[in-house]
Design a protein around this ligand. Sequence first.
Ligand SMILES: C[S@@+](CC[C@H](N)C(=O)[O-])C[C@H]1O[C@@H](n2cnc3c(N)ncnc32)[C@H](O)[C@@H]1O
Length: 203
Amino acid sequence: MDNPKDAVRRFWNQAPCGTRDAADPDEIQAFRELERQRDDREPFISRYARFDEARGKALLEVGVGAGTDHIRFARAGAKCAGVDLSEVSLETTRRRFAIEGLASDLRVADAEHLPFHDGQFDLVYSWGVIHHTPDTAAAAREILRVLRPDGGRFCVMVYNRRSLVAAQAWFMFAAVKGNPMRRVSDVNRQSHREPRDEGIHQS
Ligand SMILES: C[S@@+](CC[C@H](N)C(=O)[O-])C[C@H]1O[C@@H](n2cnc3c(N)ncnc32)[C@H](O)[C@@H]1O
């Protein structure tokens, strides 16, 4: 049986988050398109993340993906650090930052074992990540550990069990596959490493 985190890494190494829909031979155009699509599809992110208030803050993003939110924190003047399990996602984010002359301490690391000191960050941000890791509670504990205890802010999005996203994932990965007894929480955790047509296969 494959290590679930290796499967996650392989999946996101094939195409970092959102890049499948924003392919352009010119990478600068592709990044612009990625940003445009995010604003179209999830316009509420800016209101929730409050990028503009991050100036001067020590920010950690857990699961940076292709860096679409991460770069907005950097543009706003945050002191950025970011982790992801996927090397290709981190490389994509690094190139994106280099294009704009921005800096972030980007590391391949696991949300369940963050390579940072206690209380190091004013803000920890994580969008659509920690419900996919095998031990979500461990990731949450790690985030609280590295967050400043006096007034640090943890800004997180996880899938709600009773949501359209969860219902859609359950339909695709449980009902369609003839396994209607499968729990929604189990599908939420694994939907991003399920075998798909593009060729991720679990052994
Ligand atoms: C759905 S994408 C979201 C990416 C980004 N937050 C965004 O909204 O564009 C999930 C990301 O979480 C990363 N990830 C999953 N489990 C992780 C873990 N245990 N530690 C670090 N990153 C993880 C994946 O590699 C992937 O890049």
